[in-house]
Design a protein around this ligand. Structure first.
Ligand SMILES: [Zn+2]
Length: 392
């Protein structure tokens, strides 16, 4: 990968080689595409049998059989429906998002009406706002709290309540491409589990540990507990296991959205701003900022992810995907889900000027056009311009 001179794109989809943890093979095909090809050889009936056997092992007579870690989104809706279908008695656990939207609230209430017990856990919002700003400024990710809190608090709840199984959706290392030893591309290997090592390597920690933030701006150890993944020892002692449902069922977010919609899930009224679907990331006003920083750091965003998923499943051609990533991807996040950037930033006590200088700080200037003084060149709309993007 020579960042200084070019960005290389997968021959089959729109993923660039600047995407972290996404190796390309000798033919220039990304690991996400190779994993998807491998899925055709998986004996899914056998995998479903294995799932049924596994669930049977965790069934209780008079108590919850599992925790379903739920954001309230389309995949969570699908997961809850699936667990009910398999005769499980789940406790659905939602960790409130950084900045919950009305649509997010509506979709959470929809799942409750499937007839399940539901727990909503809200880490201290005053501390969380502080953390949003600190993390945006230090690691360029406003959603660090979101990723940490969801994973850590779901398993913590399961352990505290003596529930032995936590049901997650797809292992993101499969769907988006990841190292072979962390994805399920080989039937000879055991299914990957959501555990401390997975979390530390792929849970978007960005090298920042919850404990690093104790003492910053008055933040205490107790404040950070919601973001701290339990130790292997704690998990082992509790006997709680985190499974990825996507190992057992051929995962398709698009199809999950259709099934969720048929069961009361509400989509956005158009494609979400900065994306090419109407059913993802509907529950947190800050999400577009998260994806914009991904673009500044690595030169890709959700338009690449979603077009690649659609291309692999034959719902879009690569040419159409490239066109969409160029037209919609990489734009300054002026608004999200109808809320103006100023108001989203006001929530974390940040001005547009502060935001702009944070953007500059995290922009990888090897990936964008600069003038002879090293300043970023902007197009007519004020957006920065990716290098060698005309000959993808
Ligand atoms: Zn690919």
């Amino acid at each position: 990968m020579t960042l200084e001179t070019s960005i290389r794109y997968c021959k089959l989809c729109t993923i660039p080689d600047t995407r972290p943890d996404t190796p390309f093979d000798a033919e220039g095909v990304c690991s996400g595409c190779n994993y998807y090809k491998y899925r055709k050889h998986i004996d899914w009936a056998k995998r479903e049998d294995a799932l049924i056997k596994l669930l049977k092992k965790y069934k209780n007579k008079n108590y919850y059989d599992c925790v379903v870690a739920s954001s309230g989104g389309k995949d969570s809706t699908f997961q809850v429906l699936k667990m009910i279908e398999y005769g499980m008695k789940p406790l659905v656990v939602t960790v409130t998002t950084d900045m919950l939207t009305q649509l997010g609230r509506k979709n959470i209430e929809n799942i409750k009406n499937f007839g399940v017990d539901y727990m909503e856990y809200t880490p201290n919002p005053i501390v969380r706002k502080k953390l949003n700003k600190i993390c945006l400024n230090t690691v360029g990710d406003i959603s660090w709290t979101e990723h940490m809190a969801v994973i850590a608090s779901a398993i913590r709840t399961a352990i505290k309540m003596g529930i032995k199984l936590v049901c997650w959706g797809e292992n993101p290392q499969n769907e988006n491409g990841g190292p072979e030893d962390k994805s399920d591309v080989n039937d000879k290997m055991e299914p990957k589990r959501m555990d401390a090592s997975w979390h530390h390597e792929f849970g978007s920690t960005l090298g920042l540990r919850a404990s690093d933030l104790i003492g910053v701006d008055g933040i205490t150890e107790l404040d950070m507990m919601s973001y701290e993944y339990p130790t292997d020892e704690e998990v082992k002692k509790a006997g709680t296991m985190g499974m990825f449902l996507g190992y057992y069922i051929p995962w398709d977010g698009h199809q999950n959205a259709t099934i969720a919609s048929e069961n009361g899930f509400t989509k956005y009224h158009k494609w979400v701003e900065g994306s090419i679907v109407d059913y993802e990331d509907l529950d947190n006003y800050q999400m577009r900022i998260h994806y914009y920083f991904k673009y500044l750091k690595y030169g890709f965003d959700r338009t690449s992810d979603w077009s690649s998923l659609a291309i692999r499943r034959g719902r879009m051609t690569r040419e159409e995907g490239i066109k969409l990533t160029k037209e919609i991807g990489g734009k300054f996040p002026k608004e999200y889900l109808g809320m103006k950037l100023e108001d989203i930033l006001k929530y974390i006590d940040m001005t547009i000027d502060e935001f702009n200088s944070t953007c500059d700080k995290f922009t990888n200037k090897n990936l964008f056009k600069t003038d002879s003084d090293g300043n970023l060149i902007r197009d007519a709309d004020g957006d920065i311009i990716k290098i060698n993007y005309d000959n993808v």
